[in-house]
Design a binder for this molecule. Structure first.
Ligand SMILES: Cc1ncc(COP(=O)(O)O)c(C=O)c1O
Length: 470
């Protein structure tokens, strides 16, 4: 059990649960149900985005009184804000075990970080990726020469394929997720890094899913670059990070061109800065950076290995319980004995994945993700979709019909997930499997998602000026 929800209350005022796990804002929030009633929200969608840590919210609130421009202001508040911004950079570096000379660049998120590095590489570089990557770690590389390797059948197959590809051509960069956002497998990063380096290639780790769940040590594992998002790490204030070797970043094309990134501008020339400022032109997201730094400190202070251990036990429990449900198919790239983060992706025979997600939400107060999880090539592999069918779906989508896109449901665990949450999911799935829905749902023409029809659930009050309904 990760969080004592009763102790935490609907909106935790405490920074941690009875067993010391850092608490999140909004755990246990009541949500309306169909046909009637309310339930505490069961958030099983942490892989998409997380609520802030209470400690992060508090750090932001304290910082806001000191908020000011960074780096260019002589005022006292500017100096305090600049120190906080740079302190946050340091906290991020410590969190990922960066080397002393690594650069930490604040970005918006992982997508921004991979795009930043792709912009820095001189055109025409050779990049290697496996087809199981999230689109954020596939698409930015297509502007270079990207070789896409087939989804490996095991970690051994991954290393074999990678070695063959590295031998076959001179490669500049290998890009690899540290943990799959679809099925949760952890990749053997230390071995991958040494293989890359023995062939003169560098390694970028997409740590969007790894960072919230497992410790990262860039120095020990010899990882060249790491990218991750604050909003998946309990700091949803709009900042992410790219950390890594200075040479490419200091020589590469500035990601954003403008004030702050330059030493000097003349009418026909620019002297660009080195270091993080080179890529952080304009007024940066200082609040986001402070939030990200606070999240890194809070998680390090508690101990990411402790979190990982508790999550692994909960994941095993969830997997074995879900497997009890007749007709439920769990997906995995590699056999389950390989280590996974707390992600479980499944389908239930006879039910559209989006209908399942809609029922779980409307009737059970359970939030999951459904669809293809921004990893279309991997989903094609996992669902066994034939090339002819992929071409047919491509044609359908191109003419505006998204209703036939295949997919699955993903439940993902986080800091505030309890055994009780897992039991709620399993009980709900068992009930849906046995009795079907208790409400009516429809799939709007051409759309992928099912929605309750009608949907009389009341919206919560929001601050004035924020309109929830059209
Ligand atoms: C593995 C992985 N990489 C990259 C991303 C993109 O992250 P963001 O949307 O924060 O840019 C995600 C988001 O789900 C992800 O799971």
């Amino acid at each position: 059990v990760l969080v004592n929800r009763a102790a935490a209350g609907a909106t935790p005022a405490v920074k941690q649960s009875a067993d010391g796990v850092p608490a999140l804002v909004g755990t246990g929030q009541q949500v309306p149900l169909l046909p009637s009633g309310t339930a505490p929200y069961c958030n099983l969608d942490h892989a998409a985005s997380t609520a802030p840590l209470v400690a992060v919210r508090d750090a932001v609130e304290r910082f806001l009184g000191w908020y000011s421009s960074v780096h260019r202001g002589a005022g006292f508040k500017s100096q305090v804000a600049s120190a906080a911004y740079e302190g946050a950079r340091h906290a991020v570096a410590l969190f990922v075990g960066a080397r002393l000379d690594d650069v930490v660049i604040f970005t918006r998120n992982t997508t921004d970080s991979t795009n930043l590095l792709a912009t820095c590489l001189p055109p025409g570089r050779q990049v290697l990726a496996f087809a199981f990557e999230h689109h954020a770690n596939l698409l930015p590389w297509r502007r270079h020469i990207l070789h896409q390797l087939t989804v490996p059948t095991s970690p051994g197959d991954l290393l074999t394929q990678l070695e063959a590809a590295l031998r076959a051509r001179k490669t500049d960069l290998v890009v690899m997720s540290g943990a799959s956002n679809v099925t949760g497998e952890l990749t053997p990063l230390g071995e991958i890094a040494s293989l890359c380096h023995s062939h003169g290639a560098r390694l970028l780790v997409d740590a969007a899913q790894l960072a919230p769940h497992r410790p990262i040590n860039m120095e020990t594992d010899d990882l060249d670059y790491v990218a991750f998002s604050g909003h998946k790490l309990y700091a949803p204030y709009g900042a992410g990070a790219l950390i890594g070797r200075a040479d490419w970043l200091d020589r590469g094309r500035p990601y954003l061109e403008g004030g702050g990134a330059v030493e000097l501008v003349t009418l026909d020339d620019v002297l660009w800065k080195a270091g993080p400022e080179r890529h952080e032109a304009g007024s940066p997201n200082v609040v986001g950076a402070v939030a990200l730094g606070a999240a890194c400190q809070t998680l390090s202070g508690y101990g990411v290995p402790r979190l990982a251990e508790a999550e692994a036990a909960l994941h095993d429990y969830a997997r074995s319980r879900l497997q009890e449900i007749p007709g439920l198919r769990l997906y995995s790239i590699w056999p389950f004995e390989h280590p996974h983060i707390g992600v479980l992706t499944f389908n239930l025979d006879g039910f559209h994945y989006s209908l399942l997600a809609a029922i779980l939400s409307a009737e059970h107060g359970i939030g999951v993700r459904d669809g293809c999880f921004c990893a279309h090539p991997l989903m094609v592999h996992l669902l066994g979709i034939e090339p002819d069918e992929v071409r047919r779906l491509h044609r359908e989508v191109a003419r505006g019909n998204r209703s036939e896109i295949p997919g699955a449901v993903r439940a993902s665990l986080g800091l505030d997930t309890t055994r009780h949450d897992v039991d709620r999911l399993v009980d709900a799935m068992a009930r849906i499997s046995a009795e079907g829905p208790r409400w009516t749902y429809r799939q709007p023409a051409g759309a992928t998602s099912y929605v309750p029809a009608p949907d009389p659930r009341p919206w919560p009050p929001m601050p004035e000026g924020i309109l929830l309904q059209p």
